[in-house]
Structures are given as C-alpha cells and as structure tokens.
Design a protein around this ligand. Structure first.
Ligand code: TYM
Length: 330
C-alpha cells in the first residue's frame, strides 16, 4: 500500500479552497492508502503567530479535519512540532537545497511581498521543511491544491540530489496528486487571486463553519460578469470569476466543468447562484455542526494529536536516524 503524506497550516477553520483542493481528497485516499495528515505549526511560525491564537487555531483545524472525515484511528493525524524528525531532516535538507532553487519559489515571493529583506529566514527555507515532512516518512503520494506543485517539484529535486551526493537510492520520488475541478479555488471577490485565509476580506472566502445565511450572502455578492453562463468550456477562458463558481459547483457535484455547462449554459447567474447556495449548504452544514461538536471536547482533540504524534514518530525516527548515519553523524 502506498504511503500518503499531506499537511495543512493551522489557520483555524479551513476555507472551501482547503476543502475542495485538499481535505476532501485526503478523506477519499484513506480508503486504499496508508495516510499521514499533519497540522504544520512549524510552517505557521514562518510568519508571526500569537501563541494563544496559534494553539486555538490548531485545535480548530484538527476539529474541522475530523469533521470532514479524516480518520485518526486507521490513519495518523498529528501536529508537526511534536515530531522532532521534521526539524532534524529539515536542517539536512537546508544543506542539500541550493539557494538558486529557493530563489525560484513563487510562494516566497508572494508571501514576502515587497519587504523581502524583512521576511523571516524560516519563510525562505519553508520548502525545505516541506520536503522533510514528506521524505521523513518515505511517502510517495502527496495530495495538494495546485498552489503547492512547485514545492513538490523542489522536494523531488532535493531527494534526487541527496541520493546522488551520497550515492544511493534512499529517498523515493513523490507523486503530486492535484485532483478535481477545484484544485485552485479563487477568491469570490477577484477571480485572479487564490481563496485564502490571509485575504483581509472575509467576503472573499467561504469558511467551513459559515452558516447558511452567511454562505448565501457571500455567494450572492460573489463577483461575476454580465454575460450569461456559456455552453462551451472554451468560452470560460478570460472569465475567471465564472470559471471559479462553475468549478466549485462541479467539484461539489463530483462532476466536471463541462457537465455543469451542459446543465446551466445560457442561464443567468441568478438561478445558478441559487443552486450553488443550496448545494453548498447541503454539503457544508454537516461539517459545520460536526466541527462545533468536536470543539466542545478539546480533551479528545488533544488526545488524538498526541497519539498521532507518537505513531508518526515511530515511522519517521528510524528513517531520519538512517539519514544521519548516511550523512556521517556519530
Ligand atoms: P495550506 O495550509 O496553505 O493549504 C492546505 C492545502 O489546501 C490547499 N489549498 C487550496 N486548494 C485549492 N484552492 C485554494 N484556494 C487553496 N488554498 C489552499 C493547498 O494546496 C494545500 O494542499 N505548505 C503547505 C502545507 C504543507 C504540506 C507539507 C503539504 C506543509 N508540509 C507537506 C503537503 C506536503 C501549505 O501551506 O498548505
């Protein structure tokens, strides 16, 4: 059985982008893979985090993952900082990855913005830690949204260079799994920007615990253009907002863009948005109530994370110990 690894930042309640781009696929992969799901708090502190808020957001993210169907007894769900192997291998990878490779990472450029000199050095080496997350378990498949593709290519480059430098085939190649019509969910206010927790406008995203009124309000206000919904896929080019809403609808229905266009082509956005609201409420309401239920039992969430960390360490520690031996540590 192939081993799967993926991570998510403890940003509190996940967005619809996290859900359709990643979490929903994680849950499906659990049927026939051995899975590790990691709440990446070490990655989170590459930008400032209030300590009290960080702990609360880790609990919220974990509660939401459980509500979405992540199964912590058959698989492993844990906080990154609780397994030391990530940092140990991350340091070794800092010494493998080349500065030129990191300079090409578009996410660093986006996150650091104009004030690059003032970004943390952790933010710069962030992709090396991400490579360590995966390779510490010899995982071979990594389900992510489209925005993480470049980081996974780097993780493969690091593995190749390590294998080459030490003359052995120690780290396997990893296969990114970027799945479904919503691998890149865009902001509801601007179809050229990714839906993200860091957007200052809450109207730009759906959060998995938004209530039906809030979902309806956000979708009704979602930006569209003045043309009707097209019947052909090609006519969605150059219409990022329309493409985004149709992609969300398709993903929720487990269909593709073309199927949605067959049913809604020629219609205005009014009736389409009404159908989208209904579908979103139907799919998200059970997740919202389950998340709230889990948040009422923080003790259980903490136990899940602690057990997960012990089981994760049992896999990663021997692999990283072997890396340290290969590198020549005493
Ligand atoms: P993060 O926390 O930003 O996002 C978690 C997952 O959600 C996906 N995602 C999206 N998918 C579609 N549309 C969107 N608008 C959207 N926003 C987020 C992301 O692609 C991701 O799959 N660096 C990673 C976490 C990480 C990781 C790893 C992932 C750390 N180590 C190892 C895989 C393997 C991140 O910040 O994801």
């Amino acid at each position: 059985m192939q081993r799967v690894f993926s991570g998510i930042a403890p940003s509190g309640i996940p967005t619809l982008g996290n859900y359709l781009g990643a979490i929903r696929n994680w849950v499906r992969l659990q049927a026939d893979h051995e899975c590790l799901w990691c709440v990446v708090d070490l990655h989170a502190i590459t930008v400032w985090q209030d300590p009290v808020a960080l702990r609360q957001q880790t609990l919220e993210m974990t509660a939401a993952l459980l509500a979405c169907g992540v199964n912590p007894s058959e698989h492993i769900l844990f906080p990154q900082s609780a397994v030391r192997a990530h940092v140990q291998l991350g340091w070794i990878f800092n010494c493998i990855a080349r500065v030129g490779w990191l300079n090409r990472m578009t996410q660093f450029k986006d996150k650091a913005g104009k004030d690059r000199e003032n970004a943390s050095s952790g933010l710069y080496v962030y992709p090396n830690l991400m490579a360590a997350d995966i390779h510490a378990y010899h995982a071979t498949r990594v389900p992510v949204g489209d925005d993480q593709r470049q980081h996974l290519e780097l993780a493969n480059d690091i593995a190749k260079k390590f294998n080459h430098d030490y003359g052995m085939n120690f780290f396997p190649n990893i296969e990114p799994l970027v799945l479904g019509p919503a691998a890149r969910v865009m902001s509801l206010r601007d179809g050229t920007r990714k839906m993200s927790k860091s957007d200052t406008s809450d109207q730009s995203r759906i959060n998995l615990t938004d209530d039906p009124d809030m979902i309806a309000l956000k979708i009704r206000r979602a930006k569209t253009d003045s043309l009707p919904i097209p019947s052909n896929l090609a006519d969605l080019e150059e219409r990022p907002e329309a493409r985004n809403l149709i992609g969300i609808f398709a993903a929720l229905l487990d269909a593709d863009h073309a199927t949605v266009l067959t049913n809604y082509g020629g219609m205005g956005f009014g009736p389409f948005k009404a159908a989208l609201i209904e579908l979103l409420v139907e799919k998200l309401s059970p997740i919202a109530s389950e998340t709230r239920r889990h948040l009422n039992d923080k003790g259980l969430i903490i136990r899940v994370l602690k057990t997960g960390a012990e089981r994760a360490a049992a896999i990663a520690d021997p692999i990283v110990a072997e890396v340290e031996r290969i590198v020549g540590f005493m």
